[in-house]
Design a protein around this ligand. Structure first.
Ligand code: COA
Length: 383
């Protein structure tokens, strides 16, 4: 296997982007990443696109061919990668494996979702759960994660305020991220008093419905300095699957796929939690941010809530979490999220994150989940 380096990254603004079509979003991300890499588009040997459900959101399938054609990259081999909200993380992993194996040299992995063109995104998002056993019984994602939150509160004494604090920290970080959907601060009171979505989760515990795209370009590590002075090296790329439904789990407060993917990633990188300077976690709901820091091993099981309250996840704390603002405040365009997480870590490790820079960040991690944990990917990147 060859070592792999990432040489370019770009993310569009995230939000409700009425002025951008699906193809314009992904083109902006791709062209931005190509420019950032100092390569020509013609140097790309393969393209992987993370996308959950363009068919339902914009009535467009066969999107990899559409994107190759629209961006002038024909006859590049290209494929759409789908794993619900982990589609971006998997597209990143496919690109890394293509370069690591020697099959391709310069590869682009991107992600895109245009979610706001439909009146109600919830039924489309719910197709990522088990239709027969969950969605058709009325269990949408907010309600599934609400059940997890209730159980976590019951088992470990996690408080409503601690969940809310996860959201307010994300917004503090997003306030310094001009590409975030919600670049402003919110208070714990505002979270707790916002509209109830699924008890105990209110509007401001939830990631939003978002349009956006992101892309990264990678090549063999030994070639990276030809293109950039600041290559970012891939130390680990792992994936695990877990049960689709909550009722099949022994313990719904643990996401086994995250634990397995994280364990493999630490082994692959020969690193431990203490070596990670910052992490982008998959906080589609505030409770999932708390599960993530537990399941990735940064805090003991059950200690997620108190740890957030103590401030260890703030920028400047022991393990700064979601310097971008996370899914909650940067936004969550499903298929783009895993790539946007990588872009944020790349900017952090290059020292290019401006006011949200994590001081001295050398090693970073991304954690991307599909559904309630049917899929999890973990990546470790280093300067
Ligand atoms: N955070 C902050 N503000 C939000 C927000 C969020 N998560 N969601 C909506 N808003 C704001 C909107 O900008 C809007 O503000 P405006 O009135 O000033 O324009 C207002 O709140 C109402 O927004 P609206 O879009 O009407 O909300 P909604 O009730 O249709 O949807 C949710 C709210 C939480 C149900 C929806 O965002 C949602 O389903 N989120 C979860 C997405 C999801 O499941 N992702 C996959 C996870 S696995």
């Amino acid at each position: 296997m060859r070592d792999v380096a990432i040489i370019g990254a770009h993310q569009t603004k995230f939000g409700e982007l009425w002025d951008f079509s699906f193809r314009q979003l992904i083109s902006e991300a791709g062209i931005g990443a190509i420019d950032d890499s100092n390569i020509e588009g013609g140097n790309l040997e393969a393209m992987y696109i993370g996308n959950m459900t363009a068919g339902l959101f914009v009535q467009q399938e066969h999107i990899a061919a559409l994107i190759a054609d629209h961006t002038g990259l024909n006859p590049i081999p290209c494929a759409r990668i789908e794993a619900a909200c982990a589609s971006g993380g998997l597209a990143l992993r496919q690109g890394i494996m293509a370069v690591a194996s020697g099959y391709h040299n310069i590869v682009i992995s991107a992600g895109v979702e245009k979610m706001t063109d439909v009146v109600d995104a919830t039924p489309a998002i719910a197709t990522a759960s088990d239709q027969e056993w969950e969605a058709k019984q009325g269990a949408t994602f907010p309600s599934l994660y609400a059940m997890i939150a209730k159980r976590h509160m019951y088992e470990y004494g996690t408080t409503r305020e601690q969940l809310a604090r996860f959201s307010t920290i994300n917004h503090e970080n997003a306030a310094n991220n001009p590409k975030a959907q919600f670049p402003f601060e919110i208070t714990i009171d505002q979270v707790m008093n916002s509209t109830m979505v699924a008890d105990p989760l209110t509007l401001l515990d939830c990631s939003p419905v978002t349009d956006g795209a992101a892309a990264v370009v990678m090549c063999p590590a030994e070639d990276a300095k030809k293109y950039t002075d600041t290559p970012i090296y891939v130390k680990a790329s792992t994936q695990a699957s877990g049960t689709m439904t909550l009722h099949d789990r022994k313990d719904i407060t643990t996401i086994d796929a995250t634990k397995v993917a994280a364990k493999k990633a630490y082994e692959m990188a020969k690193l431990s939690t203490n070596d990670i300077d910052t992490v982008e976690v998959h906080d589609c709901f505030s409770i999932n941010g708390i599960l993530a820091i537990e399941d990735l091993g940064f805090v003991e099981k059950g200690q997620g809530g108190p740890s957030v309250e103590e401030g260890i996840t703030e920028n400047g704390g022991k393990i700064p979490v979601n310097p971008s603002g996370g899914l909650k405040a940067r936004g969550h365009p499903l298929g783009a999220t895993g790539i946007a997480q990588a872009a944020e870590i790349i900017w952090q490790l290059r020292g290019e994150a401006g006011k949200r820079q994590v001081e001295g960040a050398e090693i970073g991690m991304t954690h991307n989940i599909g559904g309630t944990g049917g899929t999890a990917t973990v990546h470790i990147l280093s300067r």
